[in-house]
Structures are given as structure tokens and as C-alpha cells.
Write a protein that binds this ligand. Structure first.
Ligand code: PEP
Ligand code: CO
Length: 450
């Protein structure tokens, strides 16, 4: 990353945009914010442009059906949650899911964590009221703290700096885990054996045995298991907080192009994907592979205009639509969008987020999701793409490697009454380790039906 290339586009981008930016915190002290932003601009990039290019080519393969994308991680990472054990268990869960999906899909699985930067959240209201007391809403650890006090809830720009360091430490460990031997396919396969050994998961035994056989076949053929000790793993988060994203943009010395070096893949959320807003404008100016969330309420002409703005050259791998429509609506809402987008000549990677359209408040008062709805939305996603002859390119899931009780259902049969046992998320409910693996087995079955 050089400073000798043309810096004018970078300076323009860093200077900000006159377009409205939704969902930004009200920082109380402009000078303190500027100081934090200036500091971030001096820090080393968290990812390298060449890695983003590799991911773009992997996403392009997924658009063609030559790879399958698995994006997963917390709804909102927290600073306190960025521990070695938590990070290890989340990476482990994703690796286990990927092994099962690779078998089901018979193509490589592109592993992308919602990790190392997923610290800012859009909220339905700027404030939260409890017992008549109103405070600023919690917007993620990179903005404020969750405690319901004015001190905790006041946005603090030093949290942008902490967010950078927490992301850096997380990514460092992720790189170590995935390059240092932990990702060895043989270990991953053994962990999955443990999953099906549980009586509740008998139903998946056949698939697990088939994978076992495939491993023995590979071994008998002299497959190079040494080469399967490491794996590619990419980082992604919602490009929400422009005061964090803008200063981390760098000029790629090889090409002179701009990359947001806060993550390999950035997506724009359902609430900030305004065509005339600062978020789409921002991602249109960086070369990273980009995702946009698309709900069942999306206007088809808006969707086409998003392509013109973010992917004017119709470049495979550049743009991913992460559809999040709800199990009850995907079969009716997705077809028209996929048809019109396909007719536009765009080579979109279609990824299913079966979480955000299926959230509800349980009787016991927890924000939850039903595992059956999650599975049903993925099924609907496959059904729609198969009937149109288009490619279901991947899934995007909120998950943790821990044994939480946040989503109901799954083979452990978590009930509404169980949610109180171990509900940790400060934001949306995540699939726990077992539910995540179960989803992977079910999606592998959907993939292998061809
Ligand atoms: C999210 O992914 O956590 C999120 C807020 O999603 P969406 O923008 O689709 O609502
Ligand atoms: Co969420």
C-alpha cells in the first residue's frame, strides 16, 4: 500500500459524502471523533487488497455454482466476547459446517466469518426506554456500551480504536487457527463424528458415514492430507459505521484502486441500502466484494439500480445479494427479483440469510427464531433457484460455537422456556453449536439432491 500513487480519490472518499448516512451515532464531541478517525487512518490495514481479490474470485465461482459460500458468526461481536476460546469455537463450528457442506455440494466451500469487525448495529430506534427512563440505544461495542446508564450509552469515539484492535487480535487468531494446523480436515472430520455420536443426531448418521467413506477413499488414493491442514478463511462485517470504514480505506499500490481494509467482504444492511444514501455510495467506491441485504419488501427497480451503482460492469464476484425474506415469504417474493436481476445481465452471487426474516418475540419475552423456520427459508431459497435454473450460492447465518439457548428447536428441542437458561446475545439470537451443525447437515442434503 503505497503513498506514491494518486491519493486524490482517497482524500475525496475520506472527506466524507454529502449524502445522508442512516444509522450513525450522535457522537457528542466532534474533536474527539476527528482524533479517533485520524488515528485509524494511520494504522496498518487489517486485510490486504490481494486477499480481497481472491475472495472476489471465490464469490464469482459461487455465482457460477462452482463453489458454495458459508458466512457465519455473531449478530454483534462484543469486546468482552473476543476471547481465544470464543474465537476458536466459532471458527471450529464454521470449519465443521464447511466440511459437511463441501461433501454435500461437491464443490469448495468459501468460509467467511461475520467476525473481526462486526461491532456496530443498526437499531429501529435512536433511543431505548426502560421504566420511563430513556437512553441512547445500544449501537454495538464500537459505539457505546450495553449497560443502561448514560455514561455507558453515550457514544465514545475511542471505541472505534478499541474496535480496530479487537478486530486485529481476532483476525490474528483466525489466521493462526486456519494456517497453523487446527483446520486439518482430519480433526474437523473427527469433531463431526462426535456430533453424530449423540443419539439426538442419529438422523445424520448416514451422511456422516458417507463422508467417512469418502475420507478413507481419499486416503487409499494417496490424497495429500498435509495440504488439507490449512484453509482459506475470510472476514466480513456490515459496513455500517462510516467513521470506522472510511479511515481504513487504502490505495492498492499494485493498481491504484481503493480497498476498505477493515475486512475482505463488506455488506450493506437492509436499513442502510438507500440508493441516495452514503452507504451504497461508499461501497461503490471500493474494490472489495460487496454484499447487499435484500428483504421481501425490496422494490425490484431499486434492486436493479443497486446493481448499476455497485456493479456497473456486471462483474461476477463483485456483488452478492443476501436475501432475508422470511420462511413465509421467500417463495412468493424471491422469484421476480431473481428473474429481473438475471435478465439485467448481472452475475450476482445469491446467498440466503435465513435468520433476519424469521425473528419474533417469544411468549417468555426473548427475541428468538425457530430452527424450523430457518431450515424452511433455506429450503425455499433452493426451491426458487432450482425452479428458475439459477444458482443458490451460499448461506449467511448468525451462529456461535457456544452452547447458548437463543433459537428454539433443533434436535436438542430447545423450548421457549429454555431460552432463559443461557441467552447471551446482546442483539439477535444465534444458532448454537449443535443447531449450526444440524443446519449444515440439512443444507448438505439439499445440495446433494442434484
Ligand atoms: C444483520 O445482519 O445483523 C442485520 C442487521 O441484518 P439486516 O440488515 O438484514 O436486517
Ligand atoms: Co442480526
Amino acid at each position: 500500500m503505497s503513498t506514491t500513487t494518486d491519493e486524490a480519490p482517497l482524500a475525496r472518499l475520506r472527506a466524507g459524502s454529502p449524502l445522508p448516512a442512516a444509522q450513525q451515532p450522535s457522537w457528542p464531541d466532534g474533536a474527539a471523533l476527528q482524533e479517533a478517525v485520524d488515528t485509524l487512518a494511520t494504522y496498518p490495514p487489517l486485510v490486504f487488497a490481494g486477499e480481497c481479490d481472491v475472495l472476489r474470485s471465490r464469490m464469482a465461482a459461487a455465482a457460477r455454482g462452482e463453489a458454495f459460500v458459508l458466512q457465519g458468526g455473531d449478530c454483534a461481536e462484543t469486546f468482552a466476547g473476543a476471547t481465544a476460546d470464543n474465537i476458536r469455537d466459532r471458527v471450529k463450528t464454521i470449519l465443521q459446517m464447511a466440511a459437511v457442506l463441501t461433501y454435500g455440494a461437491s464443490v469448495p466451500v468459501v468460509k467467511v466469518g461475520r467476525m473481526a469487525g462486526q461491532y456496530a448495529k443498526p437499531r429501529s430506534s435512536d433511543t431505548e426506554t426502560r421504566d420511563g427512563v430513556t437512553m441512547p440505544a445500544y449501537r454495538g461495542d464500537m459505539v457505546n456500551a450495553f449497560d443502561f446508564t448514560l455514561e455507558a450509552r453515550t457514544p465514545d469515539p475511542q471505541r472505534l480504536i478499541r474496535g480496530y484492535h479487537a478486530s486485529s487480535a481476532t483476525l490474528n487468531l483466525v489466521r493462526a487457527f486456519t494456517q497453523g494446523g487446527f483446520a486439518d480436515l482430519r480433526y474437523v472430520h473427527d469433531w463431526n463424528r462426535g456430533f453424530v455420536a449423540n443419539a439426538a443426531n442419529r438422523r445424520y448418521e448416514k451422511l456422516a458415514k458417507d463422508i467417512d467413506k469418502a475420507m478413507r477413499f481419499m486416503s487409499a488414493c494417496g490424497a495429500d492430507f498435509e495440504a488439507m491442514k490449512t484453509t482459506e478463511f475470510f472476514a466480513a462485517h456490515e459496513a455500517l459505521l462510516l467513521d470506522y470504514e472510511r479511515p481504513l480505506v487504502r490505495v492498492d499500490s499494485r493498481t491504484g484502486e481503493l480497498y476498505d481494509t477493515s475486512a475482505h467482504f463488506l455488506w450493506v444492511g437492509e436499513r442502510t441500502r438507500d440508493l441516495d444514501g452514503a452507504h451504497l455510495d461508499f461501497v461503490s467506491k471500493v474494490r472489495n466484494p460487496i454484499g447487499i441485504k435484500v428483504s421481501a419488501n425490496a422494490d425490484i427497480d431499486d434492486v436493479l439500480r443497486m446493481i448499476d451503482l455497485v456493479d456497473p460492469h456486471r462483474e461476477a464476484g463483485r456483488l452478492t445479494f443476501i436475501t432475508r425474506m422470511g420462511a413465509g415469504r421467500i417463495r412468493e417474493a424471491l422469484p421476480a427479483i431473481v428473474e429481473k436481476v438475471t435478465a439485467s445481465g448481472a452475475q450476482i452471487t445469491w446467498v440466503c440469510d435465513p435468520m433476519h426474516g424469521n425473528t419474533f418475540s417469544s411468549t417468555s419475552g426473548y427475541k428468538t427464531r425457530d430452527f424450523d423456520d430457518v431450515v424452511d427459508e433455506v429450503r425455499g431459497f433452493f426451491d426458487v433457484h432450482r425452479s428458475l435454473g439459477t444458482v443458490p450460492g451460499g448461506i449467511h447465518v448468525e451462529l456461535t460455537g457456544n452452547d447458548v439457548t437463543e433459537c428454539i428447536g433443533g434436535s436438542e428441542k430447545i423450548l421457549d422456556a429454555d431460552l432463559a437458561n443461557n441467552y447471551e446475545s446482546l442483539c439477535d439470537p444465534r444458532l448454537n453449536h449443535q443447531q449450526s451443525l444440524e443446519l449444515a447437515f440439512l443444507v448438505a442434503e439439499m445440495l446433494s439432491r442434484d
